[in-house]
Design a binder for this molecule. Structure first.
Ligand code: UD1
Length: 421
């Protein structure tokens, strides 16, 4: 298993091109199951989760060819309607094939994802929604099986806005008979991107990006072309890295309007930020100041930026409170940040971060995708060498991260674990 070594303290400067959004590419790829025509998807990030989704589609019998950042997909026939445990356990988003398989082929069997490093992550809302659309759902030997000759439109209220749940239900409802109204739907930009792609292929969807989505079912979807939106979390991560190193970085090919809550907090922390149509430049004319952050569904501050923000706050003046409201225990990075000298106290779902003068490099362990990103941000500012183990978490969601940071001037390299210098 690879590890990443960072010699911190280098100011990051220059332009970094933001890749396509992993969390958009995954549902978009899964949605190709909904029709038989050819789909050409561009700006697809080459990250492990996307490759896993390609593998899963392949197992189902969907033809996927992936070249660079372009994927050509053809879901003419199906060979299986089962998403096996071996794949689902490596990527929870595999559950995104549930709605499309059921809607198009009348049946889906998907392994239940099981435990997760960031707390309990049930899929009960996905299942309750599909049941409302008439699916017969059963759970047996770790698998959920859903069956329906044809789904029927209905009214669904989500107790909590769920991103992949909304996507699953929107995809399923696209082929249902009649109209579905999804209330308290998630409003993330990735949902709008998926809806745009589905509409291009003949789906009738209104209200994506608001908390009420209406879907008029159609018989089938045709093929279509689509460019995946930029990854707002990747952009936010590079901007946090720029802030902690007092750098001057421009994130290009991104959408500043998807990043408003993050940019607001970075400004409060002392950053100067210039937004253009598709780029954001961050400089740090002032000292890093503490600021409170509360994670919320979009348009609130994203939980996927919480670890990076906690790392940033650990070097800021004063005390910051970081409150996690989306997931129940997403603080695995805290112990590792403490090993680097950060002063962070966990109080229930809050972190009390007291800014310290410096962080020092240490061997640390990545526990999930965004926790690893937090450790990278900390390592870039730490004195000495930070050795981040279990980098596979990072590879699930960041395209060529060491190369991109290297171009910005970071001393960062990857080596196989156990190898000597
Ligand atoms: C998606 C993102 C992930 C991000 C998260 C929150 C993808 C592939 N992943 O994950 O990066 O951190 O949104 O922005 O897009 N919940 C239930 N029952 C359900 C579903 C969810 O109780 O059936 C709860 C979850 O436990 C959590 C909250 O709802 O507390 C939000 O989770 P959700 O939006 O579903 O996250 P994901 O879609 O899994």
């Amino acid at each position: 298993m690879d590890e990443i070594l960072i010699n911190g303290g280098k100011r990051l400067c220059g332009d970094v091109r933001i890749s396509g959004a992993k969390n958009s590419a995954l549902p978009i790829l899964a949605s190709t199951i909904l029709g038989g025509g050819e789909c050409i998807i561009t700006n697809v990030p080459r990250v492990v989760d996307v490759l896993t989704m390609g593998k899963l589609l392949g197992i189902l019998g969907v033809k996927v060819s992936h070249e660079g950042n372009r994927a050509v997909i053809h879901a003419g026939t199906i060979e299986s309607t089962e998403a096996p445990y071996d794949l689902v356990k490596t990527m929870r988003a595999s559950v995104l094939v549930l709605g499309p398989l059921l809607a198009r082929w009348g049946e889906a069997k998907v392994s239940l994802p099981g435990g997760c490093a960031i707390g309990s992550r049930p899929i009960n809302l996905h299942l309750a929604g599909l049941a409302k659309l008439g699916a017969d759902i059963s759970i047996d030997q770790g698998y959920v099986t859903a069956k329906a000759a044809r789904l029927k439109g209905g009214r669904i209220y989500c107790d909590t806005p769920t991103v992949t749940g909304t996507e699953n239900l929107m995809m399923a409802a696209s082929l249902a008979e009649g109209t579905t109204v999804l209330e308290n739907a998630a409003k993330e930009p990735e949902i709008v991107d998926l809806a745009d792609f589905l509409v291009k292929r003949g789906a009738r969807i209104h209200g994506a990006g608001t908390d009420v989505i209406t879907v008029e079912g159609v018989r089938e979807l045709h093929g279509g072309d689509h460019e995946v939106i930029p990854d707002r979390i990747e952009a936010g991560t590079y901007l946090a890295a720029a802030a902690i190193t007092r750098g001057d970085v421009t994130a290009t090919h991104c959408r500043p309007n998807h990043l408003e809550a993050v940019l607001m907090k970075l400004r409060e922390a002392g950053a100067e930020i210039q937004e253009e149509k598709d780029s954001v430049r961050l400089t740090m004319p002032k000292n890093l100041r503490g600021t409170d952050v509360r994670t919320l569904p979009f348009p609130g501050f994203p939980t996927d930026m919480q670890a990076q923000m906690a790392a940033l706050m650990s070097l800021a003046e004063g005390t910051s409170v970081v409150t996690e409201t989306v997931f129940e225990s997403r603080f695995m990075h805290v112990e590792e940040l403490r090993r680097m000298g950060a002063d962070i106290r966990v109080e229930g779902n809050r972190l009390v971060v007291t800014g310290c003068k410096k962080l020092t490099g240490a061997p640390v362990m990545a526990s999930d995708l965004r926790a690893s990103a937090g450790l990278i941000v900390a390592g870039l500012a730490a004195e000495g060498t930070t050795q981040i183990q279990r980098v596979y978490h990072l590879d699930r969601g960041y395209e060529r991260i060491e190369e991109k940071l290297g171009v910005l001037g970071a001393y960062i390299r990857r080596r196989p674990a156990g190898a000597s210098h």
